[in-house]
Each structure stands twice: as C-alpha cells, then as structure tokens.
Ligand binder design. Structure first.
Ligand code: DX5
Ligand code: ZN
Length: 224
C-alpha cells in the first residue's frame, strides 16, 4: 500500500442508468478499486451484484475489483467470479467454518484476500487468520445496505485491530473499513492507520454525478 489511503468506490451506490458514465468518471479520477458488494439474501438480508454484474464491470473497465463476498459457503463459489490477480476478495470470517483454507484458496488465484468482520463479531476471531490473510475489512455497519449509520464502537474496534496488526509487525497489510465512512470518519481512520476506504453514499456518491469529482477530491484530502 502506498502512503496515501486508497479509495474503493462502493458500486452498490451507483444507479444503473448512469453506471457506465460513473465508471468512466472514476477512471478519469484514478479511483483505486471498485467495491462490489456480492449479496446472496442468506448471509445478509439483501440480494445483489452477482456474477453477471461482476462480468459486466470487468467488460467495461480495467479498474481493479474489491469483491466483498457477503454469501454463505464462499469456498465453493470462488470460480463464479473470474478472479484476477489484480482483485482483492473480502471473505467474511462469519461465513467460513475453515477460514484459513478459504483464504488460501482465494490466494491461489493470485489475488489478495482480506478477512471481513461484522460490527457484532469480536475481534479475537481474527487471531487465527492475521498471518494468512493479506488484510482485514472492518465493517462499520451491519452489511447489506448503503446509507446506514455506523454502529457504536466500530471506531474503537478498528483501533484494536490496528494495534494487533502493528504488534504482529504486519507491514504492507490492507486495512480497510466499510460502511458509513464519511469524510470526517475517514480522516480519523486514516490517522489511526486505515489505508483503504469503501466510499459510498457517505462520501463520493453524495448528491448527483456532477458532484462526484469534488466529493472524490474531498475524500482524497481526508485520507492523504
Ligand atoms: C455495506 C456496503 C457498503 C457501504 C456503502 O453493506 O458494503 O458498500 O455501506 O457505503 P455507505 O455506507 O457510505 O452508504
Ligand atoms: Zn462492502
């Protein structure tokens, strides 16, 4: 990870009628990743952005994907997404009985694998996986929907995870936060050591597409 924070644009916040224009704008603004929330209606109470959506996005842009798998039993579904070495895959620790095996399987595609953790899940479940994963994705909202407010205590929880990462001397580790990452929260999180920010309706997707460039500039300023 370079010294500046990276922006992972939450594509569930982009309306379909302007999806291609939005992606083109993100290419011009050098957005680092497109965050794809894959939801199966089982692991989370929403369904969306499945295999054909991922296929379409890959067909229209070279921006790397940050694929957030909110699905049960991801181990048997990894072949569905045409995984590329440039991808990051975020696996929920709550969705895998054998998280280490699944992380290793994701990495066998050449991509980076982060482990996502819900607001209610205690951080010690990550103990067994820090050294195998390439990073973490700390959810600040209960995943599945954009536009929610951050769950109380998620800032402190992020600090606890970062302390552990520093204690383990894990350099070049992806430290991502996802959910209600406002400009203000992003600034604080960057100062704590977060280096990847899921940017949704709380930041770059505020207002309409005419405001996105200014929103991106503002977020970049917060995460320098
Ligand atoms: C939450 C999703 C996000 C995110 C969207 O399930 O993973 O992509 O919340 O951004 P906000 O929270 O800012 O609308
Ligand atoms: Zn997400």
């Amino acid at each position: 990870m370079n010294k500046n924070g990276k922006i992972s644009a939450s594509m569930m916040c982009s309306s379909f009628d302007i999806l291609s224009d939005t992606i083109h704008l993100f290419e011009e603004e050098n957005i680092d990743y497109l965050h794809i929330d894959v939801m199966d209606g089982n692991f989370v109470t929403n369904i969306g952005y499945g295999t054909s959506y991922v296929e379409f996005i890959r067909s229209v842009t070279d921006i790397p994907l940050d694929i957030h798998l909110m699905i049960t039993n991801p181990k048997d579904k990894l072949t569905w997404f045409g995984l590329q070495p440039s991808d990051i895959v975020s696996l929920h620790v709550e969705s895998c009985k054998d998280i280490k095996t699944v992380v290793e399987r994701v990495k066998s595609y050449g991509c980076k694998c982060t482990v996502a953790i819900n607001p209610v899940t205690p951080v010690d479940v990550l103990e067994e996986i820090y050294l195998t994963a390439d990073g973490v994705n700390i959810l600040h909202v209960t995943p599945g929907f954009a536009g929610q407010k951050a769950v109380e205590g998620t800032m402190e929880k992020t600090g606890d995870v970062i302390d552990k990462i520093n204690e383990l001397k894990l350099t070049d580790y992806i430290i991502e936060t996802d959910g209600n990452i406002t400009f203000e929260r992003a600034k604080i999180l960057r100062e704590m050591g977060v280096n990847m920010f899921v940017a949704g309706s709380s930041s770059i997707f505020k207002g309409d597409i005419s405001e996105y460039r200014e929103n991106i500039r503002k977020l970049r300023e917060s995460i320098m």
